[in-house]
Design a protein around this ligand. Structure first.
Ligand SMILES: Cc1cc2nc3c(=O)[nH]c(=O)nc-3n(C[C@H](O)[C@H](O)[C@H](O)COP(=O)(O)OP(=O)(O)OC[C@H]3O[C@@H](n4cnc5c(N)ncnc54)[C@H](O)[C@@H]3O)c2cc1C
Length: 503
């Protein structure tokens, strides 16, 4: 049937972009012997999970707190994605997910051992001992359901039926949590307003919205997997994940082209049939998958009149989150206090949690893998939300001056948790939302979609199929959202749906 429908399609699927969502789709399809081509606009794969090198330092451009590398269950999607194309990565366990430095002298470590974490938190809120356990135990219920079943496309009825017959209670339970947000669940168990603020931060630091707007399904994954599969750092840096997936893709017969910027998704009779590159080259395929954000896909790669009613509806529910101001630093190892943890969150005023330059996120991956920096040195990535509008229309001189001023402000605040950081500074590169837009190819450099208001959990988040036949989306603007393990989930689902469509 498909041969007649697609007479001159050389490929089964073309994937626009080699972020982790795109690469998991591509490798899953290649492992099923589909003919796949990945087109990446940049020089290397990975997108927000890429890397760059300067003066002997290897920096992660974005992600460095990595879930999905566990060895058990079904939610270890990065381990599984690599396995599927016969490659693997050495990972280094991180025994503290985050060291929080919060207002009200809340200085708390989220340890890998669940009971230790509960103890740490309860020592600040002894009157909430029961509520704390009940709340986090409820997150485990979500996780245990997810972790008991194969995670594939929720747009595939036969898979859904199979899961329902194999795991009826888990499916019913997940259906119950799908429309729920963390805030409502937390308030059922917890009364202390300060503790509820802490739960807000527990959500904000990966969803970039407070608990009331963070879906319970995503929280179930993050709040439990950190104690189950754990947070693990790939040896050689986060960029290795994409490099290995590409290695596996090529070994299984897939192809990837770099510096191949797609400027147009071609349609015929309303169906997506191919893509056009900036150099004019055209490629055709039975199915086109966009790993670009939804804003880039529907507003830039398709003609404006093709912005469909359901995309407009989606935009009424979701908006672009801010981008980030990033400080990539190389520092002398002696300038870090002993026993420093890898990941930190710094906030001095609860009211400013979600403001630009409110919360500062810090990662020091060389504490896990020292080979990413010259001997006796560390890398630090400190980043904080920023809007692109604040960085537009500046002369080169003003842009540089503004970067320097902003970097100074961040460094001053970091001095409180890392005294002597400034004097130990060996290298500093500042990235703005413009940098994120330019190098990651993401509209306004956004971190991804966030709800405009309180929605019903994940119910409004789209799956992989779009209203244009033959066109699929994958990555963080599809179910279940941001984060490497989440976009890997989206990649598994997308490849599954396409494999079924390919017959
Ligand atoms: C600063 C920062 C810190 C983060 N920290 C974490 C963390 O600690 N843990 C975690 O799990 N997640 C983290 N994330 C989120 C995570 O990195 C992302 O959610 C995830 O990497 C997004 O993957 P993706 O597949 O959706 O697409 P992307 O990573 O956006 O990749 C899309 C790819 O498509 C390419 N592309 C786009 N348009 C075109 C085109 N027209 N033609 C060809 N190619 C194109 C891009 O160049 C890019 O390579 C962080 C993100 C940022 C920015």
């Amino acid at each position: 049937m498909h041969k007649n429908l697609f007479p001159d399609s050389h490929y089964d699927a073309i994937i626009i972009g080699s972020g982790i969502g795109g690469l998991v789709t591509a490798t899953q399809l290649a492992a099923k012997e589909a003919k796949v081509l990945v087109l990446e606009r940049y020089l290397i794969p990975g997108g927000s999970a890429g890397y760059f090198e300067r003066q002997g330092y290897r920096f992660d451009v974005g992600a460095s707190m990595i879930f999905g590398f566990g060895q058990r269950g079904t939610t270890n999607l990065l381990t599984r994605a690599l396995d599927a194309v016969n490659v693997s990565l050495e990972v280094i366990p991180d025994f503290v997910q985050i060291h929080y430095h919060l207002p009200n002298s809340l200085d708390l470590k989220v340890e890998r051992t669940y009971e230790n974490f509960l103890q740490n938190l309860t020592s600040y809120f002894p009157h909430e001992v029961k509520g704390i356990r009940r709340f986090y135990d409820e997150c485990w219920r979500v996780f245990n359901c997810l972790n008991s079943m194969e995670l594939l496309s929720l747009e595939e009825p036969r898979y859904l039926m199979r899961m329902f017959f194999q795991h009826p209670w888990a499916c019913l339970s997940l259906l119950r949590y799908l429309p729920q947000n963390v805030g409502d669940v937390a308030r059922r168990h917890i009364k202390d307003p300060l503790l509820l603020k802490f739960i807000d931060m527990e959500c904000y630091c990966w969803s970039v919205v407070p608990a009331d707007m963070t879906p319970m399904i995503n929280a179930g994954m993050v709040f439990s997997d950190r104690h189950y599969g754990g947070v693990n750092y790939p040896k050689g840096g986060v960029g290795q994940i994409a490099q290995k997936l590409v290695e596996g893709l090529i070994q299984t017969g897939g192809q990837i082209k770099y510096q191949a910027r797609v400027t147009q998704i071609l349609t015929e009779k309303g169906r997506a049939v191919g893509v056009k590159l900036a150099n004019g080259q055209i490629y055709r395929a039975k199915y086109i998958v966009s790993n670009a954000t939804r804003w880039d896909t529907f507003e830039k790669l398709l003609p404006q009149e093709k912005i469909l009613a359901n995309e407009k509806k989606w935009q009424q529910n979701y908006e672009k989150s801010p981008s980030f101001l990033s400080l990539h630093m190389g520092i002398k190892a002696s300038s870090l206090p002993a026993k420093t943890e890898c990941h930190h969150i710094l906030l001095e005023d609860w009211e400013k949690m979600a403001d630009p330059e409110g919360t500062i996120f810090v990662s020091i991956p060389t504490l896990l893998d020292p080979d990413l920096a010259p001997v006796d040195h560390h890398i630090i990535h400190a980043f904080t939300p920023h809007w692109i509008d604040d960085w537009q229309g500046l002369s080169v001189k003003d842009y540089e001056a503004k970067k320097e001023k902003a970097a100074r402000r961040i460094l001053e605040r970091l001095e409180k948790i890392f005294p002597g950081l400034d004097t130990g500074l060996d290298y500093l590169e500042v990235g703005t939302p413009r940098t994120h837009r330019r190098f990651l190819g993401r509209d306004d450099g956004t971190y991804g979609p966030i709800p405009r208001r309180k929605l019903r959990g994940l119910l409004a988040m789209p799956f992989n199929r779009t209203a244009i036949p033959g066109l699929y989306c994958v990555g963080d603007s599809t179910f279940p959202g941001q984060g490497l393990n989440a976009v890997a989930f989206s990649g598994f689902a997308c490849a599954h749906r396409i494999a079924v469509d390919l017959g």
